[in-house]
Design a protein around this ligand. Structure first.
Ligand code: PLP
Length: 413
């Protein structure tokens, strides 16, 4: 779908193999319109935002604020004041961990996370934990790679203050039942942060319909530029949270005795924002909207099912995450390990690093390692996996190349 919009995909790797890019979970490629929107701003509009009375500053400010409106529309938020630009999902989660804890938590209070979180939704809390004595509770996972919802309910008690979970696992591809997770938490009067790093690029998200209290995602995984991301927060929570960082733009008045803070969303946006990246992000989101998130979702679901069924034809193949009756909960991320051809039960799997390196030699880009999810790796009993993750421009031919590549590598060992 729309491959011609992504010039990088037309290249040949090692002068031999047309690129098959299957590392979209790490970052997506950028369509021409994103790069052009950014270069246009640098060439024709560039000036610092929110500060100048002059023409260029006003134009750059208008672009930046229009981008905020584009983000609002894309995730279905009610107000632009609820859209905070950050550097990415990681910074968005750190912001909530730091500011929410400061406003609403005391020693011994609890945050619920899950077994399948990315490090950014574990370590951010641990840093706060070391400062404040809060506690982390972890939702366990079934062997199918789904969250144990019964165990989740049992984790709530009078000290629970927040639930912070990923929408889609970056390792297993599991689409977690966000609406159910949120309504259970709300029944206990507990707000929910949804890590949308792996959902926003793949299917339509409506934060008001989900009724999540916070939602985080990254520009670079959503076909936009690096260095920008979003934190959505319900106004009521954001209003009552203290600022994250101090500096320009986030203040109303400053004296040596007392400083008062700006209104939302600027209270959380200290310093010069990456206003060129916000333009690029808006161009990316408009691009996705023009294609249609439902079409993208359908295309990627089709690819995922095709990939799983083709990979399952291979002997000695082990695919992680929801399969069989749960395949509908499997998004466009496939972690796998494979044994050499003719291997016995006791033969170890080919090391993920060897598999990834040899696939690369065939022009196929996949990710290897722990995928910033070491606790999940421990739960799966592996040190790492090989991960193929799909984007809107991937094709069945890409999958065929992957499957042929894996088969060829299996034959080498
Ligand atoms: N959360 C999930 C589920 C992710 O997959 C990632 C990145 O892979 C992140 C958070 C962190 O995103 P970023 O590095 O863009 O801040």
């Amino acid at each position: 779908m729309n491959r011609e919009d992504f010039p990088i995909l037309a290249q040949t790797i090692y002068g031999k193999y047309p690129l098959v890019y299957l590392d979209n979970g790490a970052t997506t490629q950028k369509p021409r319109c994103v790069v052009e929107a950014m270069s246009n701003e640098y060439y024709n509009v560039n000036a610092n935002v929110h500060r100048g009375v002059h023409f260029l500053s006003q134009a750059a400010t208008a672009l930046h604020e229009e981008s905020r409106e584009t983000v609002r529309r894309f995730i279905g938020a009610g107000k632009t004041s609820e859209i905070i630009f950050t550097r990415g999902t990681t910074e968005s989660i750190n912001l909530v961990a730091s500011c929410f804890t400061q406003a609403f938590m005391h020693k011994g209070d609890e945050v619920i996370i899950s077994q399948m979180e990315h490090h950014s939704n574990i370590v951010s809390w641990q840093l706060v934990q070391a400062r404040t004595g809060i506690r982390l509770r972890v939702i366990p996972m079934t062997d199918d790679g789904c969250l144990c919802m019964e165990e989740y309910e049992k984790l709530f008690n009078e000290r629970t203050r927040l639930v912070s979970v990923t929408h889609v696992s970056n390792v297993l591809g599991t689409i977690n039942p966000a609406r159910e997770i949120i309504s259970i938490a709300h029944r206990h009067d507990v707000p929910v942060l949804v890590d949308g790093a792996q959902s926003a690029p793949h299917f339509a998200v409506d934060v008001q319909e989900l009724d999540c209290d916070f939602f985080a995602f990254s520009g670079h995984k959503t076909y936009g530029p690096t260095g920008i991301g979003v934190l959505y927060g319900k106004e009521d929570w954001l209003d009552r949270m203290p600022p994250y960082m101090g500096g320009g733009d986030m203040i109303k008045t400053v004296s040596f005795e007392k400083t008062t803070f700006n209104t939302l969303p600027y209270k959380f946006e200290a310093g010069t924002p990456d206003y060129v990246a916000s333009t690029g992000l808006a161009a990316a989101l408009d691009y996705l909207t023009a294609i249609g998130m439902e079409r993208i979702e359908q295309h990627e679901r089709d690819l995922t099912r095709y990939a799983i069924s083709r990979m399952q034809e291979l002997e000695g193949m082990h695919i992680f995450g929801p399969l069989g009756e749960h395949i509908g909960e499997h998004d466009a991320v496939i972690s796998f390990e494979a044994k050499p051809l003719g291997a016995s039960e006791s033969t170890p799997y080919i090391h993920h690093l060897d598999m990834g390196t040899l696939l690369d030699r065939l022009g196929i880009a996949v990710r290897t390692g722990h995928h910033c999810a070491e606790p999940l790796m421990r739960r799966l009993g592996v040190e790492g996996t090989c991960r193929a993750s799909f984007g809107l421009y991937n094709t069945r031919e890409d999958i065929d190349r992957l499957v042929d590549g894996i088969r060829r590598i299996q034959g080498m060992f």
